[in-house]
Design a protein around this ligand. Structure first.
Ligand code: GDP
Ligand code: MG
Length: 444
């Protein structure tokens, strides 16, 4: 489905395993949906370091409760696995614990579903302590009900009469160890988060506006962060290259500045447990003053991608926040298609993080939205308090400066909150009117 220019010419990660991709196609799935979903699985596999040898799609009226796909197909698949010497079967949907273990038994090779594959990638990529904790927690929570052939049922029953049997004792010990570890991880994560909240508070002291970049994975969020801040964040044509939030100061054309945070990419069918595990990362989104919803407009499924992102924003309860829609990669998109997209809601902006086209316009728009609460002030600062003047220079835009007696007089545009903190020095203050095209789009 991806256009030829998307074919990645980066170096492949070392291929460690060969895989067969399996998908159950129900009557309710459209061909486009199936193809897009499989393409995503191929990219996930690629990112995880697996080579997909072939893809098997079974059309069935319903899900087979025991093994997802029908028993005839399972036999066929086993023969294919043997013939191609596959190491792993990747299933493009979520398996129940029972289906997972039954399929694995029937096929004689490792079976991973979408969630496990994503978790594996997350595990490879997490950099910070928090990211690593989150991944381990999600992995253990996923593994716990899968520790026994009887799976989730057993977990609901808990330990005790009727749940023990030969071999169950060891499983029970394993489960206890895992539960203990899960509690430990949760406690640690609470601590890490408290610390992060504090850090964030310090960072936003003086109320520099904050902007969160969200979007489908591979939309170009990290590239855009680089383009906006002229820095060099890790950019890769791989899914989930960014796992840990990364924040940068971004100077605005009017001399002000905002802090922009890159976030983990969203993906369709991002498993619920993962959204929960990464809630903290996504918290950054909820705390931001403005959201940039980045979409790859050269991708024909761009509308679906935006819908998937909106679904996650709903899930993490982002409401009534200004959103600017950014259509990225216009350098490789079909201009006619871009034009149709630009008619959509919320006055979107078309940019190319690669060529820099549209970046100035985007910065201007950001400025308009966040400068809503800016004020023009006249400050009289005693010369002995150079730190105060320094802060005005750093966080605001100084329009005029002169010296009188032992004071510095500054005419400046600063955030209302900063003006509040400097009340003692403010001689005069008036709001800066936002420009008329400041689009404050409510997220639909
Ligand atoms: P993220 O997952 O949303 O952070 O996406 P990245 O910033 O890592 O970019 C994903 C891929 O898209 C990389 O290969 C980038 O080089 C590429 N990319 C990003 N922006 C543009 C753009 O404006 N034009 C083109 N042609 N490629 C881009
Ligand atoms: Mg990224």
């Amino acid at each position: 489905m991806r256009k030829p220019d998307k074919v990645i010419n980066l170096e492949r990660p070392p291929v460690v395993e060969s895989a067969i991709l399996v998908r159950l196609a129900l009557p309710s799935d459209s061909d486009d949906e199936i193809e897009e979903s499989l393409e995503e699985m191929r990219r996930l596999a690629w990112t995880a370091g697996a080579e997909v040898l072939c893809t098997v799609v079974q059309y069935r009226p319903d899900v087979c409760p025991a093994t997802l796909i029908g028993s005839g197909k399972v036999k066929e698949l086993r023969a294919t696995c043997e013939e191609l010497e596959a190491d792993v079967v990747l299933v493009d949907s979520d398996l129940t614990p029972t289906q997972g273990s039954k399929l694995q038994e029937a096929l004689g090779v490792k079976v991973l579903d979408r969630t496990q594959l994503i978790l594996d990638i997350f595990a490879q990529r997490a950099q910070t302590n928090e990211g690593k904790h989150q991944v381990e927690l999600a992995q253990l929570q996923y593994a716990l009900p899968r520790l026994t052939g009887r799976g989730a049922e057993m977990m609901r029953l808990g330990a005790g009469i009727g749940t023990r049997g030969p071999g169950e004792q060891k499983l029970e010990v394993d489960r206890r160890v895992i539960r203990k570890r899960i509690n430990r991880l949760k406690a640690d994560l609470d601590e890490i988060r408290k610390h992060r909240r504090l850090q964030r508070k310090c960072r936003t002291e003086g109320s520099v506006g904050t902007v969160a970049l969200v979007g489908y994975t591979n939309a170009g969020k990290s590239s855009l962060l680089n383009a906006l801040t002229e820095s060099h964040t890790h950019v890769e044509d791989k899914l989930f290259a960014t796992l840990d939030p990364c924040s940068r100061r971004c100077p605005l054309p009017n001399g002000g500045q905002v802090i922009i945070t890159d976030t983990v990419g969203f993906i369709r069918k991002l498993p619920h447990s993962l959204v929960a595990a990464f809630r903290a990362t996504l918290e950054e989104v909820n705390e931001a003053d403005l959201i940039l919803l980045v979409a790859d407009v050269s991708h024909e499924m761009v509308a679906e991608h935006i819908a998937a992102v909106n679904a996650v924003l709903d899930e993490i309860k982002v409401e009534n926040k200004p959103i600017i829609r950014v259509f990225n990669k216009i350098d490789v998109a079909d201009p006619a298609f871009v034009r149709t997209q630009l008619h959509g809601p919320g006055d979107p902006i078309a940019v190319s993080a690669k060529t820099g086209e549209g970046i100035e316009k985007l910065l201007k728009r950001i400025e308009d939205v966040v400068s809503v609460q800016r004020v023009r002030v006249r400050l009289r600062i005693p010369q002995c308090e150079a730190g105060i003047a320094g802060r005005v220079y750093q966080e605001g835009r100084v329009l005029d400066r002169c010296y009188e007696d032992n004071s510095i007089l500054l005419d400046a545009e600063i955030d209302a909150a900063l003006a509040g903190q400097m009340e003692a020095y403010v001689e005069r203050s008036e709001p800066v009117a936002p420009s008329l095209d400041a689009a404050c789009v409510q997220h639909a």
